[in-house]
Every structure is written in structure tokens, then in C-alpha cells.
Write a protein that binds this ligand. Structure first.
Ligand SMILES: N[C@@H](CCC(=O)N[C@@H](CS)C(=O)NCC(=O)O)C(=O)O
Length: 179
């Protein structure tokens, strides 16, 4: 059965879940959430999709999950990819998922939105500059710890840059990540 992901292209957390699905080679469909028309705040969305009123939400048969980090963990278990082979490695993966969710994704997602989806005259230049400075430090830390600088800097570029034209909300961005 094809996995479904409730998501929208402007959402950094949705992007992260979509990227994970693509990197794991899974078949999935995007269900576009009309965030800017207030869909996530609607009674229907909160009662049927996610009581927290957030995206992404992943549905795999009977399994419905919210929180991008939990979605990543579930997909790692399902595919046996990227989740670690020993308990120690699993804990290390969880440690980075928690760090990412707290420190990195929210900042990267918000900056990606401000830089790419607001009209130029509405972009808050000072906030963007501040966020980018902080993100550079966070990516530098990640880079030094993981010793995988080229992958980390590639992800940095991808997280804040969005393709200008794409028929599918996530196609271009995600496919570029693995090319
Ligand atoms: N910690 C959550 C954050 C999800 C989140 O904040 N999603 C945003 C879109 S990027 C959202 O739906 N916000 C709606 C709201 O907070 O009302 C995750 O990792 O999935």
C-alpha cells in the first residue's frame, strides 16, 4: 500500500519527511494540506488528521504518525535503512533526531520559508541574516562532529533553497538531494 504524507511545499518539516521517504526509496503520495487557507486549524483536520493541527502527517495502512522525527524513526524501522544496526547506533540516531528537532529543523524550516516564499518586500532581512548566522554555526557544529562536511553543506543548501518550478511539491528538492 502506498504511503500517504499530508504536507505542503512551504513546510520545512514536511520537506524533511518527504526527503526521508525519497532517500529510503519508498513509494508515497503527497496529500497537499492547504495551510494558508487555514486547513490545519479546521475542526475536520484536527479531528481526522492531527489534533495538534500540524503537518507533516504520515499514513501507512493502519499506522498514522505525526512529528517528523517519529516518522523518520518509523521509516528507518520499516526499511532497515539509516536507523543503526546496534542498540548503541539506534541511540546515536535518536540523539541526532532530537537535536535536529530542537535546534536545527525549526530554524532551517522557518528561514527557508522567509527566504523563498515571502515576496521580497515582505522578507525580514534582519531576521533572515540572524537565522542564517545561527544556522551556519549549527551546520559547522554538525560538520565537525559528523566529519561529513560535503553532505552536511549540501543539506544546508537544500534546506534553505527551494526549486523555482516543480509540478510535484517535493520532487525536485528531494531528488536533487540524492543526485
Ligand atoms: N515538531 C513538529 C513540527 C511540525 C510543525 O510545526 N509543522 C508546521 C509546518 S512546518 C505546522 O504545521 N504548523 C502549524 C501550527 O503550528 O499551527 C514536527 O517535527 O513534525
Amino acid at each position: 500500500m502506498t504511503i500517504k504524507l499530508y504536507c505542503f511545499g512551504e513546510s520545512g518539516h514536511s520537506y524533511k519527511a518527504a526527503l526521508t521517504l525519497n532517500l529510503m526509496g519508498l513509494d508515497w503520495d503527497a496529500i497537499k494540506v492547504d495551510f494558508f487557507a487555514g486547513e490545519t486549524r479546521s475542526e475536520a483536520y484536527r479531528s481526522q488528521v492531527n489534533e495538534l493541527g500540524e503537518a507533516p502527517v504520515m499514513v501507512d495502512g493502519d499506522v498514522k504518525l505525526t512529528q517528523s522525527g517519529v516518522i523518520q524513526q518509523y521509516l528507518a524501522e520499516k526499511t532497515g535503512k539509516f536507523g543503526g544496526k546496534t542498540k548503541e547506533e539506534e541511540r546515536e540516531v535518536l540523539r541526532w533526531i532530537l537535536w535536529d528537532n530542537h535546534k536545527l529543523s525549526s530554524m532551517a524550516g522557518m528561514t527557508r520559508f522567509l527566504m523563498n516564499f515571502l515576496p521580497p518586500e515582505k522578507q525580514p532581512a534582519e531576521t533572515i541574516a540572524f537565522n542564517r548566522g545561527l544556522l551556519s554555526l549549527l551546520f559547522l557544529t554538525t560538520c565537525q562532529k559528523s566529519k561529513r562536511c560535503s553532505l552536511v553543506s549540501k543539506l544546508h543548501r537544500l534546506q534553505t533553497k527551494v526549486p523555482q518550478s516543480s509540478s510535484q511539491p517535493f520532487d525536485l528538492g528531494c531528488k536533487k538531494a540524492i543526485s
